[in-house]
Design a protein around this ligand. Structure first.
Ligand code: FES
Length: 101
């Protein structure tokens, strides 16, 4: 195991712990974390300081309990998955929503 980990907090945020945490926006710009080795990212969608948790999950009663589990093996290169179709065809949301759980 590495020195970096993400903890999925029940009814709360993703907690990142480790040295050298780097969080970027979609364009690759880096959020300044002022040397923090612990950062919490919003998982409830209600933070006023996204992507960071501001504690609002408590006020809105966010509930999500997660237990670690295994993912299926990754798809081989060249296999078009439903997820990949969604990412590559964002305007096709009707198609995507009718094929995803
Ligand atoms: S998880 Fe804390 S504000 Fe969303």
């Amino acid at each position: 195991m590495g020195d970096f980990k993400v903890i999925v907090r029940n009814n709360g945020p993703y907690r990142l712990e480790g040295e050298g945490i780097t969080i970027c926006d979609q364009e690759g710009r880096v959020y300044g974390l002022a040397g923090r080795t612990v950062v919490s990212l919003c998982r409830c969608g209600h933070s006023a300081n996204k992507p960071f948790c501001d504690g609002t999950h408590n006020k809105v009663g966010f509930q999500s309990e997660c237990q670690a589990h295994e993912l299926p093996p990754p798809q081989a290169e060249g296999v078009v998955t439903e997820r990949r179709m969604i990412e590559e065809n964002p305007g096709e949301s009707d198609w995507c929503s009718s094929r995803t759980a």
